[in-house]
Design a protein around this ligand. Structure first.
Ligand code: SF4
Length: 309
């Protein structure tokens, strides 16, 4: 359903009158999601995960330069096509609760999302009520404004708004952030249920345990590059992994959460953007890792980008 090949996103930044520099937070992303599947994208802050969701929805700022291939149902996602699909076929559960309109009751916002997806006024109200019940939101919450509800409730409202329509692809950007354990489990189960009903879910998260528990496959981002992708089951033990970075993370972090870099520092690219995305932090690196970016290597039923995998 969704295919992303060699995606790169760059931004121009002006320094004074004449100086211009280019930032390239996404260098080479590849991803594929089929109907009825959940693919999780995991990586630390700054790895490019949220930019990916914004690129799919055409929500990047005007100074962004995008190259590579983005396809939905076999056809290119052009700006015009994205506008037609957004909200109807592709929906976002955003990371920030600031996406809620502060001036409208949250119930009206969920009903509007249902209307935008193509439902009649009557169907939209009944879909809103079902979504509220599904995400454990009381009837009284419908008439409340965003400032009157907790962060966790706001996240459930955003999830209800994204799933209330007929969207076939749900982009869930850290959908459990700010939720307690119980509501977090319910939200993840509801994403699994949506996939089991035939929708696709792209789950963006730093929580690899959640990713492994509910996904069919997992893609790992490192400094704007997909460095490994494979079945979720492969991530349950070090032996199943192909890339040194993934092995370091899964073995070094007891809670298996991608909060910082391997050694707790925010990652930096030490080789000016050339070479391997993990160069400078990798125990196996050699000169070739600095000089050239590794290509995708098929290994068993998954792949990795590493010269020495
Ligand atoms: S290409 Fe080199 S630096 Fe990159 S992960 Fe493989 S061994 Fe490490």
């Amino acid at each position: 359903m969704l295919e992303i090949n060699n995606l790169s996103i760059a931004f121009k930044r002006y320094n004074g009158w004449l100086g211009r520099t280019e930032l390239r937070p996404i260098r080479c992303l590849d991803l594929e999601i089929e109907q009825g599947r959940i693919v999780s994208v995991v990586g630390e802050s700054g790895a490019g995960k949220s930019l990916l969701a914004h690129a799919i929805l055409g929500l990047l700022p005007a100074n962004a330069r995008v190259s590579g291939e983005l396809r939905f149902d076999g056809h290119a996602l052009t700006p015009g096509r994205i506008r037609r699909l957004r909200g109807r076929e592709i929906a976002l559960i955003p990371q920030s609760t600031g996406f809620l309109n502060p001036l409208k009751p949250v119930g009206a916002q969920v009903a509007r999302a249902a209307r935008l997806s193509g439902k009649s006024a009557g169907q939209a109200l009944s879909a809103r009520d079902s979504a509220f019940a599904q995400y454990g939101l009381d009837d009284a919450v419908k008439t409340m404004f965003p400032y009157q509800i907790s962060g966790g409730m706001a996240r459930r409202v955003l999830t209800a708004a994204a799933t209330v329509g007929q969207a076939r692809l749900i982009l869930a950007d850290e959908p459990t952030s700010g939720m307690d354990g119980d509501n977090s489990r319910k939200a993840l189960s509801s994403l699994r249920a949506l996939a089991d009903q035939g929708r696709c879910v792209l789950l963006i998260t730093h929580d690899i345990e959640a990713a492994i528990a509910i996904s069919d496959s997992v893609a790992v981002f490192r400094n704007g590059v997909t460095i490994e992708a494979a079945a979720a089951a492969d991530f349950k033990s070090i032996d199943g992994l192909r890339h040194p970075y993934t092995r370091q993370l899964v073995s070094a972090l007891p809670e298996k959460k991608f909060i910082g870099a391997v050694n707790g520092r925010v990652p930096i690219t030490r080789n000016g953007g050339q070479g391997c995305a993990h160069y400078g932090e990798c125990p196996l690196e050699t000169q070739i890792c600095y000089q050239s970016a590794p290509h995708r290597k098929q290994i068993r039923n998954g792949w990795a980008r590493c010269h020495h995998a």
